[in-house]
Design a protein around this ligand. Sequence first.
Ligand code: DC
Length: 237
Amino acid sequence: MPKIIIAIDGYSSCGKSTTAKAVAARMKYGYIDTGAMYRAVSLYFIQNHVSFSNSKEIAAALNDIHITFNFNPKTGRNETCLNGLNVEEEIRKMYISNYVSEVSTLVEVRRAMVAQQQKMGRRRGVVMDGRDIGTKVFPDAEVKVFMSADTGIRAARRQRELLEKGEMVPVEDIKANLEKRDLIDSTRAESPLSQAADAVPLDTTHMTIEEQVEWVVELADRRIAELYREGYFEGKR
Ligand code: DC
């Protein structure tokens, strides 16, 4: 059966990754967490003291950075590896969240990540979540969702996630970080966070993850049926 690309963009901590992962499992598609890629680059930059203002250093670092998603049978999840090392836990910590938006404004970083993401999705059959998937990485994605939610709710959800991992962060700090990241993400010069004209908005403030997953799967099913009727898949495998 021919496969499509499902692009899920939106603000931080709206449940994009959790939803995208579950949608991918339901549809037997691959899942690519593009935020994890920017987080892995941030970790490398911190560890190797890469200067934001030195383009030679940035280029050399990007040459040396290899990001893969490897299946961990213990957790049953694809986990982010940086140069062969599993960094899944490390990149979710607050110090990375405080650093990543700046790193993701760098043109060289964005170009390198977008090129890798386009390669990863070239056979379609993927759910990709991020900020610029429907606008920049796959403007031709067949399904585009744009997620938002109330900031207080997002901060509370994020605090719970961090607590489950043993990191206690005051909710005000998380809220400030989310607001700062939203602002940087939506005002940066290179592929800012914005809703694609053909994206369907989804406000998750009052939704459970299960409801979000159902909503996206139904949207994708309807779109696939429509594409069949239009003959879009003819000649495609
Ligand atoms: O989805 P996340 O919170 O893990 O993403 C981390 C950061 O990476 C986020 O603050 C913005 C950036 N990002 C981006 O600029 N473009 C993407 N496609 C994905 C994430």
